[in-house]
Design a protein around this ligand. Structure first.
Ligand code: LMR
Length: 333
């Protein structure tokens, strides 16, 4: 695969360096792994529309959804090599390229709601985290929301004991691994594009995701139960290849930044609604039973995963966790 990415990257480099005529647009290939009718998919389409409009066609944005171009594992490498110019991987996917700090967003129950999240992403902590990407040849442009995660499986997941021995697909985050280990489950890292089939064939028994991702991937058709836990958050960092971005003509970059700002406001303004709509569709389909937890059951889940904060402190960094908690809970844990 690396060979293929390298080949694509050199074609892309030629396209930039070649004797481009005044008319040939600068192409931004935006690769992502989810469906178009999701919070990320729609925000990417909005960015395309606005960037092309504001640059008066000097920029052409090609959006490749559904892992069409690259899967999870490959897309960050493709960006670093210049084979694509823009991505929006979830916070949980930066560990393998050495930026494990974004895994702080994966801590169970760390975010009570989206308004609190915004305090982090729009504040100094959010900016500090984006800065970490520079050293990896990337620029972090924005934070995009998806929403809160639910647990699904072919067995009813109510008490922490129900998770024991269940094989869960996870994103490539050590915090998520620790979360499922705390519950006695067996976590297995897997690319997003493979989850449906893995659930269908029984390679894994369950998974955690947002209503929107569950619905658009049809996971509810191969999972008997979905528990409304809201135990974690999925959001994205929009990243671009730093060399590419810094090399854009200043006026074009400014227009793209304006497009990104507006696409972000648009996407984040409706992500909650998209998740609500997906939940309604899942309910309507009658394919999965949706389980609500009582306050006592919710408290038991929170207690069971609380040790994760200590388990991952040395990886994510205790000062970072404290800083995050100060924003989200107003005090340290
Ligand atoms: C997942 O892998 O479950 C999600 O990060 C997919 C996505 O991009 O929302």
């Amino acid at each position: 695969m690396r060979k293929l990415i390298l080949a694509a990257a050199s074609v892309a480099a030629l396209a930039v360096a070649g004797p481009a005529s005044a008319q040939s647009p600068i192409v931004i290939k935006f690769s992502h792994v989810v469906a178009t009718n999701t919070p990320k998919g729609l925000a990417a389409e909005k960015f395309k529309e606005l960037a092309e409009k504001y640059t008066d066609g000097k920029v052409k944005v090609e959006v490749y959804p559904n892992s069409q171009l690259y899967k999870d594992k490959e897309e960050l490498e493709a960006l670093q090599l210049g084979a694509v110019q823009m991505l929006a991987p979830s916070n949980s996917k930066f560990g393998p390229i050495g930026v494990k700090e974004f895994e702080v967003f994966d801590l169970p129950y760390i975010l009570p709601d989206l308004a609190t999240l915004r305090k982090v992403t729009d504040g100094p902590l959010g900016a500090k985290l984006l800065k970490l990407l520079d050293a990896k040849g990337m620029s972090g442009l924005a934070y995009w929301d998806n929403g809160f995660k639910q647990m699904s499986a072919n067995r009813k997941l109510i008490a922490p004991a129900d998770y024991r021995g269940v094989k869960f697909r996870i994103q490539s985050s050590k915090v998520l691994e620790a979360q499922f280990r705390a519950l006695g489950s067996i976590p297995q890292v897997m690319g997003f594009g493979e989850v449906y089939q893995a659930l269908q064939t029984g390679v894994v028994d369950g998974q955690e995701n947002t209503w929107s991702n569950i619905y658009t991937q049809k996971m509810h058709e191969v999972q008997k139960y979905i528990t409304n836990t809201n135990h974690g958050y999925i959001g994205y960092v929009v990243v671009t290849n730093k060399k590419f971005w810094d090399g854009l003509p200043a006026d074009v970059r400014a227009q793209c930044e304006k497009a990104m700002k507006e696409a972000t406001a648009y996407g984040n303004g409706q992500s909650a609604k998209e998740n609500e709509e997906a939940l309604a569709e899942i309910k309507k389909s009658g394919k999965s039973e949706i389980i609500a937890l009582t306050p006592e059951q919710d408290a038991a889940m929170r207690k069971a995963v609380d040790p994760v904060y200590k388990d991952v402190a040395s990886r994510v960094g205790q000062p970072l966790i404290d800083e995050f908690l100060k924003e989200t809970r107003g005090a340290t844990n």
